[in-house]
Design a protein around this ligand. Structure first.
Ligand code: PLP
Ligand code: COI
Length: 354
């Protein structure tokens, strides 16, 4: 399929790297493609970043049939542009598509579209370590129809946003709050897909956490409200004694690509690593026994984010003296060194754009 290009006449300017937060600034162009049952995916095009005209009856607006991805492009010290495990994001997008009854995309084709858009927008990629170009591929249901069923038509788009750190704290420990009253997802539902409704379901508890001064919610499982699942925008790891633990993927947790990268490196480094159920009681006991050495989150936006404090009901667990621990630092450095081209890509995680 030929990708058509319509360029913007008046180009915008990228703010200084030091001014970048997360997700507020968008680049000049976006990629769009549509789907209909008779044509399949059609009309792939690069166009100026602009509003999408939608009927107020658009199905996505009412029933949340929408999926997305989050990945990043990095600029190396030599000025090269590189993507980190981008094909895994498109694979996961197709997994989410399957779960939400959305047609599959051709992963190789959308990789080509992404690379073409990146070449056009290369001046928007920030250069400082800790900054990057956040990439948001999205698919929305576009039938104008009020009955509940899977849509027949869809829009796929990719937008870019130059970003700094996701948390205001940067690479400093965040405080997280365990929700006792709300759950994000249950096994058999859509928790393992990257779909809009999971984030809508997280808002009430997230706002409560924020009011109390916490960065995000640590979710427990939806059935027993006993086992740790994940954090609002990242997977979670604990170091107890000599064991590195992350909750297993039982169907209600997003299978994070950063999580997978941490697990891969931990196994390569011969660490004692487990994907298993971990209850909040086990965490409390480890905290009391002083064997809970570290906690950290992993995610594309959050990178590796040390957790300095967890609040569960009236109990406050300050972890590692509220400071960044050695494991978080080791994973953070190993992963970001590969992402920014400062270490050899021994795991074949990098795809160069130019
Ligand atoms: N869990 C949730 C709910 C997320 O939104 C994210 C972010 O994408 C993650 C985990 C981490 O996934 P990844 O490492 O693929 O970015
Ligand atoms: C990401 O890390 O890419 C995410 O999607 C997290 C979030 C901003 C929803």
């Amino acid at each position: 399929m030929e990708i058509s290009v319509r360029e913007k006449e008046q180009k915008g300017t990228r703010p200084a790297d030091s001014e970048l937060g997360f997700g507020t600034i968008f680049t000049d162009h976006m990629f769009n493609m549509d789907y209909s049952p008779d044509k399949g995916w059609f009309n792939p095009r690069i166009e100026p970043f602009e509003d999408i005209p939608l009927s107020p009856a658009t199905m996505m607006l009412h029933y949340g049939q929408a999926i997305f991805e989050g990945l990043k492009a990095y600029k190396t010290a030599k000025g090269e542009i590189q993507l980190f495990r981008a094909r895994d994001n498109f694979k996961r997008l197709n997994r989410s598509a399957n779960g939400l009854c959305i047609p599959q995309i051709d992963e190789d084709f959308v990789m080509d579209c992404l690379k073409q858009l990146l070449k056009l927008e290369k001046n928007w990629i920030p250069e400082t370590i800790g900054t990057s170009l956040y990439i948001r591929p999205t698919i929305i249901a576009t039938d104008p129809f009020l009955g509940v069923r899977a849509s027949n038509t869809y829009r796929f788009f990719i937008i870019f946003s130059p970003v700094g750190s996701y948390y205001a704290a940067g690479f400093n420990p965040v405080k997280i709050w365990v929700s006792k009253d709300h759950v994000r997802a249950i096994r058999g539902g859509v928790g393992e897909y990257k779909t809009a409704g999971n984030y809508a379901a997280s808002l009430y508890a997230s706002e409560e956490a924020k009011k109390e001064g916490y960065a995000q919610v640590l979710w427990l499982d939806g059935i027993e409200r006993k086992y740790v699942e994940e954090v609002g925008a990242m997977n979670i790891f604990f170091n107890i004694g000599d064991e590195l633990i992350t909750p297993s993927l039982d169907g209600s947790i997003l299978p994070g690509i950063t999580r997978d990268s941490v697990l891969h490196l931990a196994r390569k480094w011969k660490m004692n690593v487990s994907e298993r159920k971990i209850s909040i009681d086990e965490l409390k006991t480890a905290y009391e026994n002083k064997t809970l050495n570290e906690a950290f989150g992993s995610g594309t936006a959050a990178v590796i984010s040390p957790v300095g404090l967890i609040k569960y009901g009236d109990e406050i667990m300050e972890i590692g003296g509220g400071k960044t621990g050695p494991m978080a630092l080791k994973f953070h450095n190993a992963i970001t060194d590969i992402q920014y081209g400062n270490a050899e890509d021994t795991e074949s995680w990098i795809e160069k754009v130019e």
